[in-house]
Design a binder for this molecule. Structure first.
Ligand code: SLL
Length: 217
């Protein structure tokens, strides 16, 4: 194995889930209104540390020591606070990977969606999670080894359960929804195309009629 040699044509992607969960503080001793946790993890809750060197969460500058770094899981920060802001999660990969760090931008959510704010049960957590994939294009041989050896079991769970809100099942349902939408759009497109053709034929006929009338005058 030659250090740093990249594997041509090889692409490996690793699923991740990141985001935050927040609960309202019911007894407010300070101006802090919520307790929240921002995290990065595998969609199945599985270990992702075998291809990660370090994770940094950059919080709003109103927080003490606002950059929090973790070399081992869990990659998460729990805090209390009073406001929503953007958190930058910077993922560093092992030096032998030659990969640049990746930054994820996440809006910390403390409040339920506007449309549900009236009916939201007191104390019910607010979730704002995202599924994403880290894509490694032409990894180094050493990183390839690490990426493929470390995986423990399926990377996305089959079914939705508890906090595992992304699953193969939900992915398939999403694909179905997209296919239905594409079919609807294609149907509408064809319908308009037919109508537009009919209108063009009609317009051509009218132009001919007008020319004939003009010629007859
Ligand atoms: C806002 N633009 O005004 C945002 C900023 C900052 C939130 C939100 C600090 C907590 C602490 C905290 O919650 N900052 O004092 O430790 O809503």
């Amino acid at each position: 194995m030659k250090a740093g040699k990249r594997l041509k044509g090889v692409v490996i992607s690793k699923p991740i889930v990141y985001g935050n969960i927040a609960t309202e503080l019911l007894s407010k001793k300070t101006d802090h209104t919520h307790k929240w946790t921002v995290f990065l993890r595998g969609p199945n809750g599985q270990d992702i540390s075998y291809f990660i060197h370090k994770v940094e969460f950059k919080l709003h500058e109103t927080f003490v020591n606002n950059t929090r770094a973790f070399k081992t899981p869990p990659y998460e920060v729990t805090e209390t606070g009073w406001g929503e802001f953007e958190i930058i999660t910077k993922i560093y990969f092992p030096p032998m990977s030659g990969e640049k760090p990746i930054s994820l931008y996440h809006m910390l959510k403390l409040y339920p969606p506007e449309s549900q704010s009236q009916t939201w049960p007191k104390g019910k957590p607010v979730n704002n999670f995202f599924y994403d994939e880290l894509v490694f294009s032409e990894p180094t041989e050493e990183f390839f080894e690490a990426l493929t050896k470390g995986a423990d079991g399926p990377e996305i769970p089959l079914k939705v359960s508890g906090t595992q809100v992304f699953s193969l099942e939900s992915e398939a349902a999403e694909c179905n929804r997209l296919e239905t939408a594409v079919a609807q759009v294609t149907g509408k497109y064809n319908e308009y195309k037919d109508r537009s053709r009919a209108a063009e034929i009609e317009a051509a006929k009218l132009r001919r009629d007008i020319a004939a009338i003009e010629a007859a005058q």
